[in-house]
Design a protein. Structure first.
Length: 296
């Protein structure tokens, strides 16, 4: 049984100087997440720069994660693609390779209406027999479902068990209330409003891994009723969260570098990318040194 709760970090894509995926860096990233107690990990979302990866590389990232986890924690795989048939094919591949559950994105073709988005999810879900989530993130993906559409989808597909949102805690609370426990709800946004998202009823969050150890501790304290201690710990890491979560390109530039610094790795970017500034790198060093190294 999968426990759909807690802090599930979603892996960055690390590249070598020649532009190819860096096998050792990806392994160290997984190992760090497991050693600090992450209940599971995720791959192939926006943080993994999935839009820059070939279909073969997406499969490689997934296979490496399964291999590195060695059954110690479950793996969530984001499923992206231009249409339902492409996503169905990748979903079946992910299931066969060892994914524990899947996070479906809207089709990448644009423009797209919400009704088409609902039809897409309906078609993909009908062809897959494993726990499923959808990423409902209009802010980042440009399209999404209404609460009524989400509930309609849930009524058709009982294996649709989790909603991955990207929104303020107030909106997430409305979502949790409206779904009435029919779905687990995760937030993202790198852990912005982490404590309030959990208070709002979110089961967990899916952030990038640069602060995973500290976010796990905040969650532990809050769930054990130590609110003041949780808020104190959260205040310590909030400046770093705000620093990296200015945009997705900004996260990929600086969030990845904070993680790399904590793991003793170098970062080599793949085009297109936001280049770091000297001031940005200075702040990366400050945050990473304040946080300290991650075990790996």
């Amino acid at each position: 049984m999968i426990e759909f709760s807690g802090i599930w970090p979603i892996l960055y894509a690390f590249f070598r100087p020649d532009g190819q995926l860096d096998r050792e860096a990806m392994r160290l990233q997984v190992e760090a997440c497991v050693k600090v107690g992450a209940p599971g990990i995720a791959v192939l979302g926006l943080a993994t720069e999935v839009h820059k990866l070939t279909p073969e590389e997406r499969e490689t990232v997934m296979c490496w994660a399964v291999e590195d986890l060695q059954g110690r924690a479950p793996l969530a795989v984001t499923v992206a693609g231009p249409d339902a048939s492409t996503q169905q094919e990748f979903a079946h591949k992910a299931q066969s390779l060892g994914a524990s559950w899947l996070i479906l994105q809207p089709p990448s073709r644009r423009p797209l209406e919400d009704a088409e988005c609902l039809q897409h999810f309906d078609e993909v879900m009908a062809a897959i027999d494993m726990p499923l989530a959808i990423q409902n993130a209009r802010e980042y993906l440009g399209v999404g479902l209404s609460l009524a559409q989400i509930l309609e989808l849930r009524s058709r597909h009982p294996h649709f068990v989790l909603l991955k949102g990207e929104g303020p805690s107030v909106e997430m609370q409305e979502t949790v209330q409206a779904t009435g426990g029919a779905l687990r709800v995760f937030n993202g946004r790198g852990g912005l409003e982490l404590t309030d998202s959990l208070r709002a009823g979110c089961s967990g969050i899916i952030p990038a891994p640069e602060l995973v150890d500290r976010q796990l501790e905040v969650e532990r304290l809050l769930r054990s009723g130590q609110d003041a201690e949780a808020e104190a710990q959260y205040r310590e890491i909030l400046p770093a969260i705000v620093f990296v979560m200015q945009s997705i390109p900004h996260l990929l530039c600086y969030g990845k570098r904070i993680l790399a610094h904590r793991l003793g790795l170098d970062v080599f970017d793949r085009e297109p990318f936001q280049a770091p500034t000297e001031f940005g790198l200075e702040r990366v060093r400050y945050f990473a040194e304040h946080l300290g190294p991650l075990p790996h």
